[in-house]
Design a protein around this ligand. Structure first.
Ligand SMILES: [Zn+2]
Length: 68
């Protein structure tokens, strides 16, 4: 059985193998958005505070958000 409990910061570079991120800080309004389902590079996320949409890009081990 795989252990699905990762420490957020240390394993963040493994998105290629299915690493999912469970929160993000909105680049527009700086709000922290918990993301229950998780998202990955290539996904699109929405800020629940200001409603902006972002596409998730690989930012060199961290997710990078580009306005969609
Ligand atoms: Zn926002």
């Amino acid at each position: 059985m795989r252990d699905r409990h990762f420490d957020d910061d240390d394993d963040i570079r493994e998105e290629r193998t299915g690493r999912r991120f469970t929160e993000f800080d909105c680049p527009d309004c700086n709000a922290n958005n918990p993301h229950d389902e998780g998202f990955r590079v290539g996904d699109q996320v929405m800020c629940f505070y200001c409603g902006a949409h972002f596409r998730v890009r690989d930012g060199g081990g961290k997710p990078r958000f580009v306005e969609a």
